[in-house]
Design a binder for this molecule. Sequence first.
Ligand code: BG6
Length: 490
Amino acid sequence: MSFPKNFFWGGATAANQCEGAWNVGGRGMTETDVTTGGTATTPRYRTYVMPDGTEGKLSQFASKPKGAKFAVLDGYKYPNHEAIDFYHHYKEDIALFAEMGFKMFRMSIAWSRIYPKGIEEEPNQEGLAFYRSVFEELKKYNIEPLVTIWHFDTPLYIEEEMGDWANRDVIALFDKYAKTILTEYKGLVHYWLTFNEINNTVNFFDAMEDSKTDAGWQNVYQHLHNKFVASAHTVKMAHEIDPENKVGCMICGTLSYALTCDPQDVFAKDEKWQSGVLYCSDVQCRGYYPYYAQKMWDAHNVKLDITEQDLKDLKEGCVDFYTFSYYSSNCITTHKDTETASGNMINGAKNPYLEYSDWGWSYDPLGLRIYLNYLYDRYEKPMMIVENGLGALDVLNEDGTVHDDYRIDYLRKHVKAMKDAIEIDHVDLIGYTTWGCIDLVSAGTGEMRKRYGFIYVDIDDDLKGSGKRYRKDSFYWYKKCIASDGEDLD
Ligand code: BG6
């Protein structure tokens, strides 16, 4: 058995990184709207105003000064405002996806297009109409949408005025939003993901420069608990609204190795694996907290507000399938003076056996196969890889070509690893949507030059360019890969 005939080959994007049109069609503000562009070595900043009118900026990993309100300020560049303007180009872009033979397109709905502040009684009709047209366009080409309901874009009002997800009231607001879109797009969408990389709530906090107090940890675990409950409600509603609906979790899938065979390193790696990766999917796939959760809470004196009804809801709202992003692996060690490496939120020590990208992320295709096996063994649920790819510097030649053989090489090796996982290991893998199938704004650095796409978009880091789309060499490679059901990888 190799890739099944109905395997979901495709690509993935997120609203805030590709749509642009940040203040068009009644859309409300989100944190990315006040986030500047950065680079591999300089952070992205969030800009704000103090009550006395003083303006300031802080890195993504710093806490906001008391009283500050996020604001768009003159003199800064905000790459997500325009992004690649998918909002106005979706027809052209979907036609290109269809030309590659996509069976699935992963995209997200921006909560703030549907409920601009999150608190309105009635949804924004212009926002609903926009996504309906996108889904109808996909249907024309028999491309199945895979819709992420939340991809890093809580309405700014909820975040600033309501205390964000640590406030239980946000669950009801999310329920309303989820119910609206599940009802509105019944029949047009069958595959849903609740929260993108939900485990990064913890990993992000862990990477913060300051305020890692017990109160901070209390806040972060309550925040996550409220998301788990909202996710469970969404799964239940999705099944009630349309029994054809399938809902998945979405985990930032970073595989960690112990750097040495020192048992201290192995234990540290296991603890990181539990707190950084498994904690969330254990709740979302099994419907209850894992045994090691208590240890994690005790370490920071966390006492969660969990009701009897929450426990019942978690049980009744288990996801149907497991999805994850996979880019690279890392190493965990208790030894000092080791060389460090970066990665997708979970950083670690450098692995001497692997090569690294320009942004310091390792290449580890076998790690993908290992990850698939670990997680399939744990939950025995169908799996999808909903993000994978190589962020690289591409050169657009004068004749409109882009020779990205490095990307083809990366993808080929990962597809081969998937093939082995299906064919030899018998993992139930049902889909693969590569990240940023069309170039878009990097979430981590805010750059355009960190490109993942099969389709080059002519926009640079100064947000200049024609916006024109060009087929890269990898476009033709992926087309061939899909047409041959993953057999022709040359
Ligand atoms: C994942 C996110 O973390 O990784 C995406 O779900 C993100 O939103 C992707 O873009 C790649 O990260 P980056 O920083 O290279 O954009």
